[in-house]
Design a protein around this ligand. Structure first.
Ligand code: ZN
Length: 676
């Protein structure tokens, strides 16, 4: 798990909702032009491109409550910084102050949450009140009130992703840092809209979190049951994992997979009887879609397209914010160009290239051989490439328990782990001095610092008997996060550039560490076959998740094209689009058309447009592994992660000399096929 540090910068959410008029900019185009002209004349400027951008941005954010048109003009005229020297000074002061604010807010949040996160604290209900208190919640709104936001917008305006990518090659590090500061005040969205979207998201979360199928009550046409009576599976995660788990079941695994698949189809089409969700009152035959009580058939209503109602609610709540962004950029662009900094179009290009690869057919054939049957649509979740470890896990447990009886023992050993990865003694100490290990209540997480001088926290679960191997494996993953968090905060030249391009990048390094966990226990697992299986496993899961990600984008585009559609129409469209993606990239491999299964992911509802992060995580991991091969692991990791938050493509270019691409994974897959 990984916590986004930017979360301390969320907008204020307690101000009373205000009228539309108050939430609109009172500065028109004419005023912007006049202001630019005035500043240009006063400062005798020749190049006004950046000035124009700054004044426009300032105007976009300005409200009546900030001042009249004349006050706006005066403000810009007075606060525009002409001299580069002064600009540099102001920038460094703002950076320093933001580090102070972010850093301390982050520390306060970590400390308030200690009883919730750490097992060495007593707990009481009161902890939840403090734990959910957001100390930085008012920062952004305060910065509008005291005009800091406008000084930043005017002098350090934001750049779009297109602009960043175009300018990347010519920008100095300082210009990059200026642009990152500019990102801070991109849009001023009315608090009530942010609140509304939050409410919709929370309601969607509840719907998703409480959507269980009591599989013990599923039957086929012969009234045969397949699962223990008390077995309950959450959609879609547990349902999918049940399909995965049954590849090892040679008895009735296939039948179980088939019936779960049918359930998934009924959920997507919303033909699922409403009263079988979360209920053990009826038995349900998903094939005929008939329901029974005490052996007698009863007619139940289908779920009334609730799934799509939630999707629509999310669309409405998020698209309502569009007009407050520069050029009214929509939610798709905000999630892709904004949050991920990889455009939806570029994502499609990269994924489609991967999905169109002939390798999908070859790997599909290999899976058919291994299964001894033709592929079925749910084999998108085939997990038979997972190399069952030949190592005895109880022996590993004994080893890790002895090594790490408690959190402090792990903390003391962290520098040794880095030594084994090739870091020098000094460098290992430098990094590990900035990481502390705390005993976790949950499975663990990594929480980085937000200011230099502070430490990153590695939270890991250790029982009274010491750390078992599973816990150790996760702890190594979290340690990977901590190393990244430390390098990308302490070694990056500008505070505004700290971090990595997006979530997928931090996960990639965590997985690179996690994969080396046995090496860190001095167990040599140099098996080319195991390596090849791992690659094929990653290939097959990327093949699945990329299709789901494409569908996610297409559904949002459709909603934007049909803003007045109802849930019935959205359902139909989603199913059609799912089939379209299936027919284009899967039908040939699977030998069957018109499947809707790609629409089952719960993320489409509760984390809209997030899914492609998983696929990018896979690609980035491969691209980095290629780069690390035959090179010094420690030097490369240090060099690459101190680049900070460039755009993903620019980061990858400077890391490896290549664009972000699926090529390395495809290449390795082709190689792996020859080894199996
Ligand atoms: Zn992680």
């Amino acid at each position: 798990m990984f916590f986004l540090l930017a979360s301390v910068l969320v907008a204020c959410n307690t101000t009373k909702p205000s009228s539309d008029e108050q939430e609109k900019s009172n500065i028109d185009k004419q005023t912007v032009l006049q202001t630019v002209k005035l500043i240009k004349e006063k400062n005798k400027l020749t190049d006004t491109e950046l000035l124009q951008k700054g004044v426009e941005q300032c105007a976009l954010l300005w409200r009546k409550s900030d001042g009249t048109t004349q006050e706006f003009k005066n403000f810009c005229l007075e606060k525009y910084i002409k001299s580069e020297k002064e600009k540099e000074l102001v920038f460094s002061k703002i950076s320093r102050n933001l580090e102070i604010l972010n850093g301390h807010f982050n520390t306060i949040t970590i400390d308030l949450l200690r009883p919730t996160h750490q097992s060495d604290y007593d707990t009481h209900e009161i902890d939840n009140y403090f734990g959910s208190y957001s100390v930085g919640a008012h920062l952004i709104e305060d910065f509008y009130k005291n005009k800091i936001a406008f000084i930043v917008a005017l002098n350090f305006p934001p750049f779009s992703l297109e602009e960043k990518e175009k300018l990347a090659k010519s920008w100095s590090r300082k210009q990059w840092a200026y642009a990152r500061l500019g990102d801070m005040f991109e849009a001023r969205v009315p608090v009530n809209l942010v609140q509304k979207a939050g409410e919709v998201a929370a309601a969607t979360d509840r719907y998703i979190a409480d959507y269980n199928v009591c599989v013990g009550y599923l039957t086929d046409k012969d009234n045969k049951r397949f699962f223990p009576e008390d077995k309950v599976l959450l959609s879609h995660w547990n349902l999918r994992d049940e399909i995965k788990a049954n590849y090892a079941n040679k008895n009735d695994g296939l039948e179980k997979q088939k019936i779960i698949y049918k359930v998934m189809q009924r959920i997507i089409s919303q033909e699922i009887p409403k009263d079988v969700i979360n209920s053990k009152e009826f038995t349900w035959d998903p094939y005929s879609n008939k329901t029974y009580k005490n052996g007698k058939e009863v007619n139940l209503n289908s779920e009334p397209n609730t799934r799509y109602k939630y999707l629509l609610d999310n669309f409405k709540a998020n698209s309502a914010m569009d007009k407050y962004y520069p050029n009214s950029i929509n939610y798709i662009k905000r999630q892709y160009d904004g949050a991920k900094e990889i455009s939806a179009e570029n994502t499609e290009k990269i994924f489609e290239k991967f999905l169109s690869s002939e390798l999908t057919k070859k790997v599909g054939k290999l899976i058919e051989q291994r299964l001894g049957r033709k592929l079925l649509p749910f084999d998108i979740w085939y997990d038979g490439f997972k190399s069952r470890s030949e190592l005895d896990e109880s022996k590993l447990d004994a080893q890790t328990r002895k090594l790490y009886p408690n959190a402090k023992a792990l903390e003391a050993d962290l520098p040794n782990l880095l030594l084994k990865l090739g870091f020098s003694k000094d460098r290992a100490k430098y990094i590990c001095d900035k990481i502390v290990v705390d005993p976790a209540r949950g499975s663990g997480h990594a929480w980085g610092a937000s200011m230099k001088g502070d430490v990153a926290h590695l939270r890991t679960r250790i029982s009274g008997k010491g750390m078992d191997y599973k816990g150790y494996n996760i702890a190594v993953h979290e340690f990977g996060h901590n190393v990244e968090q430390t390098i990308s905060l302490y070694d990056v030249d500008y505070y505004m550039m700290n971090g990595v391009p997006n979530t997928a990048f931090t996960e990639a390094l965590a997985f690179i560490f996690q994969k080396r966990d046995l090496k860190l226990l001095d167990i040599n697992t140099n098996s080319p076959k195991a390596e090849a299986l791992k690659t094929l496993d990653l290939f097959w899961s990327a093949y699945e998740i990329m299709g789901v990600s494409l569908l996610d984008i297409k559904v949002w585009r459709w909603m934007y094209e049909n803003p007045n559609a109802d849930e019935q129409q959205l359902k139909q469209a989603t199913m059609n689009l799912a089939k379209e993606v299936w027919n284009k990239f899967y039908a040939d491999v699977y030998g069957v058309k018109d499947q809707t299964i790609l629409a089952i992911y719960s993320h489409m509802l509760n984390s809209p447009l997030y899914l492609s992060n998983y696929a990018f995580g896979n690609l980035i991991e491969f691209q980095l592994e290629m780069q690390l091969k035959d090179k010094s692991f420690s030097k490369e990791v240090s060099r690459i992660f101190k680049q900070g938050r460039l755009t993903p493509n620019e980061w990858m270019n400077q890391a490896t000399g290549n664009d972000l691409s699926s090529e390395p994974l495809l290449k390795e897959t082709a190689k792996a096929l020859t080894k199996i």
